[in-house]
Design a protein around this ligand. Structure first.
Ligand code: SD4
Length: 345
């Protein structure tokens, strides 16, 4: 009898809690989890959580995120959509011949061919990507067309190029003299060694939250310099190079793509945040996952960047040297990321 009474009492209290959540609009499990975690974090005095969501904002990987954020901000400050911001932002870097890891001017593969990877995702969970596409300066815009104009998520190689041409994109030579000369020099030894934080790691990944509070993400790269022809990295893989969920937040990755692909890092980070972790806690846990699962992780760099719907940001990487640009409250700043190999050798 007593046990049954206790169960009835518990059920009653669960019911009234559910009704309360319904009334207050906190029906989604994610919101509930985040809210309760916030309280715990506050009680323990561990993490300072923001109460009012900060928006709009744009953040992107590496120093080239500064001009990219400027372009994104033009969209955001006028009330534009986060999706338009993340496309416009990374296009600046795709078109810059001095960035040798993205778009025009990107370093080629070992056969001397520039192949590009990109992906984009909107606030509804729609996404599009292109992999190993050649001769198109703005793969991010082709990825968006894949998302909006096809029943698919990803197009690769010749098929992606054919689709781009049908959509009115122009075929262009993306191999600049500078990149060609470097490649010719490299061919003398053909020594394939991805370097940590040297220019073959400055892919751009971008996340933005617009004035409505909607989030979108993008990622674009020429991939690793002197990779095998046909190699595809993490950047066009939804969930590895980038992932966002409008209920939770988003994450982007940069560095040695194989490590993010083995651990599906960006998706993992968003799921950690869904469970109530801060973006910083989530990116650190995702790097620890690589450390645990990839035996030779020390040879490579990986950097993660994340933001939750409240506008809290997290960044973490394996080796010192990763940085990111954050545009918020009208200020665009380059910030150094914390890193794992610091007393963790
Ligand atoms: C790749 N993740 O293709 C990309 C490269 C990169 O900064 O991020 N460079 O593996």
């Amino acid at each position: 009898m007593i046990v049954r009474d206790k169960i009835m009492q518990k059920l009653k209290s669960m019911n009234s809690r559910r009704n309360f959540l319904k009334k207050t609009g906190l029906v989604s499990l994610g919101v509930v989890a985040a809210a309760s975690c916030k309280n715990i974090a506050k009680e323990e005095g561990k993490t300072k959580r923001l109460v009012t969501p900060v928006k709009p904002l744009a953040l992107s990987t590496w120093r080239n995120g500064i001009p990219a954020n400027e372009a994104a901000w033009e969209v955001l400050k006028n009330g534009g959509r986060a999706l338009d911001a993340v496309e416009a932002g990374v296009m600046v870097v795709e078109g810059d011949p001095n960035d040798m890891s993205v778009g025009y001017g990107g370093r080629p593969d070992r056969d001397g061919i520039v192949t590009l990877d990109a992906c984009i995702m909107d606030e509804h969970g729609n996404c599009g990507s292109v992999a190993a596409i050649e001769n198109i300066k703005h793969p991010i815009s082709v990825a968006r067309k894949v998302m909006e104009e096809t029943p698919h998520v990803m197009l690769a190689g010749d098929g992606a190029l054919q689709f781009a041409l049908e959509q009115g994109f122009k075929k262009e030579n993306l191999l600049t003299d500078k990149a060609r000369k470097e490649w010719e020099e490299w061919r003398k030894t053909s020594d394939y060694k991805p370097l940590i934080n040297i220019e073959n790691h400055d892919t751009i990944g971008m996340l933005a939250i617009d004035q409505k509070g909607d989030i979108s993400g993008s990622c674009t790269t020429s991939g690793l310099a002197y990779k095998m022809h046909g190699r595809v990295g993490d950047s066009p893989i939804i969930g590895a190079g980038m992932f966002c969920d409008n209920e939770v937040g988003g994450a982007v990755a940069t560095g040695m793509g194989e490590m993010m692909m083995k651990t599906l890092g960006s998706f993992l980070i968003v799921e950690f945040m869904r469970q109530g972790r801060t973006p910083q806690e989530a990116v650190e846990e995702a790097i620890r996952r690589i450390v645990k699962k990839v035996p030779d992780y020390q040879k490579f760099q990986t950097g993660y960047l994340a933001v939750n719907k409240e506008g809290e940001v997290g960044a973490y990487c394996i080796h010192k040297g990763f940085n990111y640009a954050l545009y918020v409250n009208g200020e665009n700043k380059l910030i150094d990321s914390d890193y794992y190999l610091k007393g963790n050798k």
